[in-house]
Design a protein around this ligand. Structure first.
Ligand SMILES: [Zn+2]
Length: 320
């Protein structure tokens, strides 16, 4: 076998407590929010998650139900606090994987946005978070590195900040980091794959988020044909009718042999979704109720295991 045909060796996954082999991540929520500090100057309706003791208890519940890891999707400047993520991970034993990148423009104060004006600035900032440490932790005793890039697409391509997009693509190409892409209800999914491929980032390095808000099986099948990973998370969002849309979509993907291209998550970007804070389903719902429901619907263990963590863990390690 020539060197060129050898599969890529797996990287270690960078958690806030340091590198971990991907096989050890276990049940992993592929897209969640554990800490969102309030930011001055942004819309009052923007989510805040900063009740430390209650969040800690929810993580303990998550662990007790069998959840072992989760990806925190709040990038720097939009409320991320790497030091809090580290404290929560140490106190609960849950592997937390922090991100760098950028969120929707509405989640930033107007003063912050010029940060995105230069492709080079964005590129350097993202690479620094991934390779040196999260900006807010550089002066602390602990070096906490980002484990992936999260970016957000606005509803239309022309509203996406092109310098930020390009900076993120260049950082992904340089570092090999996985890119989770927030889509507005699945919009621009195809375009994002082409854009990143044009910048040297293959679809296998991308996770398209919230794709169950656009539950067209033929589209999902076509996207998985490019090896992109699709993230579904409307289990507790009644307006998207999960019983009618999400659950049949999961069953279709499993029946078509595509469970290796799906990652499940709960995306609890707001206190209302937390069990102890807002009376919502809570972090433990993924290893709890959702896993039980997958089993009750007859989805085989291998498919459950892939969708509940195996797939996202391999992608974080740079393997398909
Ligand atoms: Zn999110």
């Amino acid at each position: 076998m020539s060197a060129a045909s050898l599969p890529n060796p797996a990287r270690l996954v960078m958690t806030v407590q340091g590198p971990v082999p991907h096989e050890q991540l276990g049940i992993t929520d592929a897209h969640n929010h554990i800490w969102i500090a309030p930011l001055p100057g942004i819309a009052e309706a923007s989510p805040v998650l900063n009740q430390y003791d209650l969040i800690l208890k929810e993580l303990v519940e998550y662990r007790a139900r069998g959840g072992e890891s989760l990806l925190d999707c709040q990038p720097g400047g939009s409320g991320r606090d790497g030091c809090k993520l580290l404290d929560l991970s140490r106190a609960t034993g849950v592997n937390i994987i922090a991100c760098t990148g950028f969120h929707l423009k509405k989640y930033y104060s107007p003063e912050h946005w010029p940060w995105f004006a230069s492709t080079r600035k964005v590129f350097e900032s993202l690479c620094s978070d991934l390779e040196q440490g999260l900006a807010e932790t550089l002066d602390s005793a602990n070096s906490i590195k980002a484990g992936f890039i999260k970016i957000a697409l606005e509803a239309s391509w022309s509203d996406c900040d092109q310098a930020a997009m390009e900076g993120a693509a260049l950082a992904a190409a340089k570092t090999g980091a996985l890119v989770e892409i927030h889509t507005e209800k699945g919009a621009l999914a195809e375009k994002a794959c082409i854009y990143f491929a044009d910048h040297g980032v293959p679809p296998s390095q991308l996770v398209l988020c919230h794709m169950d808000k656009r539950p067209e099986f033929s589209l999902h099948k076509a996207l998985t044909g490019m090896d992109v990973l699709l993230e579904y998370d409307t289990f507790y969002r009644a307006k998207y009718k999960p019983e009618l849309k999400l659950w049949p979509l999961i069953e279709q993907m499993v029946s078509a042999g595509l469970s290796n291209r799906v990652a499940l998550a709960t995306d609890m970007a707001g206190a209302a979704l937390y069990h102890l804070i807002g009376g919502g389903p809570g972090l433990a719902s993924l290893p709890g109720e959702i896993k039980e429901k997958l089993t009750a619907r007859g989805i085989p263990e291998i498919d459950r295991q892939q969708m509940l963590g195996g797939n996202i863990a391999r992608r974080l390690a740079g393997i398909i």
